[in-house]
Design a protein around this ligand. Structure first.
Ligand SMILES: Nc1ncnc2c1ncn2[C@@H]1O[C@H](COP(=O)(O)OP(=O)(O)OP(=O)(O)O)[C@@H](O)[C@H]1O
Ligand SMILES: [Mg+2]
Length: 511
């Protein structure tokens, strides 16, 4: 085996009220993909930030290329060849793709006619190189596109291009696939393998085991900020890794309970938004979990957002409990008992600079107030109940959401909507970025809510989740419903094929 290129010894990191890392070690070698595994809040992203100069560790030593180093800033680490794709994207929406990629190291203009005193950058050079980099990633997007006009998946790919725009010896990827679909993930893994074969050392974080087994050569497991163990991926068993992560074996992943299916809670017909989706119709009954499956960009989230009044609806009808409705803003649908848990927790889900308690009780602030004054005791007990139910890992519910790990932020968003007591619950990728143990807890909660008569719509790009949890599934492809399936007819290949846009072979009850 090669000598490690990057080694961390005895790393500890303290935050107010919490010891995020406690004596952790990690050794990464050139030409290997090293999986960093652990539950939400185990300390993975914190370790990444230490390796990349975002944080300086409270204790411990970093050795890089045979020397002890101390990075004073992220630029320090970047300059010596450590590139990173952080869990939460950090790009500038109002700049172009190319500008984001070359931020901080724009190609210099060589020809005098391109160079001016105030503008030494070679724009043609920059756009050309951006285009080449994107092509290497199999992307055809125009480098002049503004980042805010990209989809989540495209943004992630641009982040990778950005990381690769410098000659990286170490590439750290913190949940790079959490926003990608199966096909996009495959493309990314091809790229990761290629970089590994070129000798790059890769640290790869993911909560998806199939992916880790497919791509990783070695692994290191963290639990509660501590080093638990490491080994070769090909000798590892999933059950053992889970046990190392969680400290116990976990229950069933998709504990779908039998629920009595009641009357139609919501019916939509002919929903359209020009250029985005058209003629989408479905109904969801009390006690039912209706799945929405498709590839990223199929239009599922867009349908939900238009349904609840975030975005406009150009056509179609919505019936809620027998009454025809049309929501002009999300406040209206919320008051009618529809809760929508968005996919993008940072942008739409949580107020990062507010406490966990305030976030959880935000949608029911009226119910918790008495003549305009918030009942703090009541707020606290509601927030505590839900934070406990979803096992939000935090030093206390009075802390800001931004101090939580990515997965725990997601749990707060879920808690907030569950606490609002809705009659229809729309979940957009509810377990994205959530670790195995919590995933199973989330599934159990959703299943129990359905049993109690809640109507649930679950948008998910994870086929096992759709198959495991839903009663019926609507499959979308490029803005239209391509097929529908009942639980008794679920076949992975059929659903996948419908998502890719091909017709079902046998004649079904297609509408
Ligand atoms: N800036 C901060 N201030 C206070 N606490 C923090 C801060 N950053 C992280 N923490 C805490 O450190 C612990 C580890 O968080 P970290 O983000 O490293 O977890 P993670 O393993 O990446 O989890 P996930 O899988 O959810 O992304 C968590 O308890 C988190 O609340
Ligand atoms: Mg993280």
């Amino acid at each position: 085996m090669n000598e490690p290129i990057l080694t961390l010894h005895d790393i500890s990191m303290y935050f107010p009220g919490i010891k995020a890392l406690d004596g952790v070690k990690l050794a990464v070698r050139p030409g290997e993909v090293h999986a960093l595994i652990g539950e939400n809040g185990a300390g993975k992203s914190t370790l990444v930030k230490i390796m990349t100069g975002v944080y300086r560790p409270t204790e411990g030593v970093i050795n890089y290329l045979g020397e002890d180093v101390s990075f004073k800033s992220p630029q320090d680490a970047q300059r010596v060849g450590i590139a990173v794709i952080h869990q939460e994207t950090s790009m500038f929406g109002d700049l172009t793709v190319a500008e984001n990629i070359f931020m901080g190291h724009m190609p210099r203009a060589r020809q005098a006619r391109e160079r001016t005193l105030f503008n030494p950058v070679s724009w043609t050079g920059m756009y050309g190189r951006a285009k080449a980099l994107l092509a290497r990633l199999g992307m055809t997007i125009d480098p002049r596109t503004l980042v805010k006009d990209l989809s989540t998946a495209e943004r992630h790919l641009v982040e990778i291009a950005k990381a690769l725009s410098r000659e990286a010896k170490v590439l750290i990827m913190d949940e790079p696939t959490s926003a990608l679909t199966i096909r996009e993930t495959e493309e990314l893994l091809v790229l990761v393998r290629k970089l590994r074969d070129e000798g790059v050392a890769i640290v790869f974080i993911s909560h998806k085991f199939e992916e880790l087994f497919e791509i990783a050569d070695r692994y290191t497991v963290l639990r509660d900020g501590r080093y638990i163990g490491e080994g070769s991926m090909k000798d590892a068993k999933e059950g053992e890794l889970v046990k190392m992560m969680v400290g116990r074996s976990i229950d069933q992943l998709f504990p779908k309970a039998e629920a009595e299916i009641g009357e139609v809670a919501l019916r939509a017909t002919g929903l359209s938004q020009s250029g985005v989706f058209r003629d989408v119709g479905f109904e969801v009954r009390k006690g039912e979990i209706l799945g929405f499956f498709g590839l990223v960009g199929a239009g599922r989230s867009e349908v939900m957002r238009a349904l609840i009044g975030v975005d406009r609806l150009d056509g179609g009808e919505i019936e809620l409990g027998g009454e025809t409705v049309r929501f002009r803003n999300p406040g209206e649908s919320m008051r009618k008992g529809i809760a929508y848990v968005p996919e993008d927790r940072q942008g739409q889900g949580a107020v990062l600079t507010m406490s966990i308690a305030n976030n959880i009780t935000l949608p029911q602030i009226d119910g918790l107030s008495n003549r305009g004054f918030l009942d703090a005791g009541k707020e606290r007990s509601v927030a505590e109940e839900y934070a406990r139910m979803l096992e939000v890992k935090a030093a206390g519910i009075q802390y800001d959401v931004q101090t939580l790990s990515g997965g725990n932020q997601q749990k707060v968003v879920l808690a907030k909507w569950l606490a609002s007591n809705p009659s229809i619950l729309i979940l957009d990728e509810p377990t994205k970025g959530i670790d195995v143990a919590t995933k199973s807890a989330v599934h159990a909660i959703v299943s129990e809510l359905a049993r109690q008569g809640l109507a649930v719509i679950m948008v998910s790009s994870e086929l096992p989740e759709i198959i495991g949890m839903t009663d019926r599934v609507v499959v979308m492809h490029e803005g239209v419903v391509s097929d529908r399936f009942e639980r008794k007819d679920y076949h992975e290949e059929d659903i996948m094929r419908a998502a890719m846009g091909s017709e079902r072979v046998a004649a079904g009850e297609k509408r």
